[in-house]
Design a protein around this ligand. Structure first.
Ligand SMILES: [Zn+2]
Length: 155
């Protein structure tokens, strides 16, 4: 028996991923370059509900895939809204340049906090992130469609 974690490819998840790509104009993501994988057994993942990996050179060459997004069994027990949110989160780990991953130093990407939790939480996280980075993150925060002026609750 192999010591490797048992996995299987879950092509069904590409439907969900594509709808998130379309809805959020993540046009730089090519679904054909992603392999979605379900773990069949629990992994030591802590509280992680998904993981996005950039495949190595050789694996990319052999598989025609660039990224692997993996989900533990817990993911499949989530509500469909939660599954959507986790998938969205994992997709945002794909860098627009397509050859690297986007890291994050807080729990959630700001876009997702804004989209799923509303502006209030988004603003809290924004402030937190600004503190965290000593105000150097202005450029990053404005990434994407979100623009929030302090003290403005519109939109
Ligand atoms: Zn993440």
């Amino acid at each position: 028996m192999s010591k490797h974690v048992k996995r299987e490819i879950d092509n069904g998840l590409s439907v969900l991923a594509q709808s998130i790509i379309d809805e959020n104009s993540l046009d730089y993501i090519n679904i054909e370059e992603i392999v979605f994988v379900k773990y069949l057994k629990d992994i030591k993942s802590g509280d992680v509900l998904g993981r996005c990996c950039l495949l190595g050179d050789r694996t990319q060459f052999l598989s025609d895939k660039k990224f692997m997004i993996e989900f533990p069994p817990e993911y499949y027990k989530l509500t469909s809204d939660q599954q959507r949110r986790v998938m969205h989160h994992e997709l945002l780990h794909i860098h627009p340049k397509g050859d690297r991953l986007v890291d994050h130093d807080i729990q959630e990407f700001l876009e997702i906090a804004e989209k799923y939790d509303g502006l209030d939480l988004y603003k809290k996280i924004k402030l937190l992130k600004q503190e965290w980075n000593n105000g150097k993150e202005g450029k990053k925060i404005k990434r994407g469609k979100i623009k929030v002026e302090d003290g403005d609750d519109n939109e």
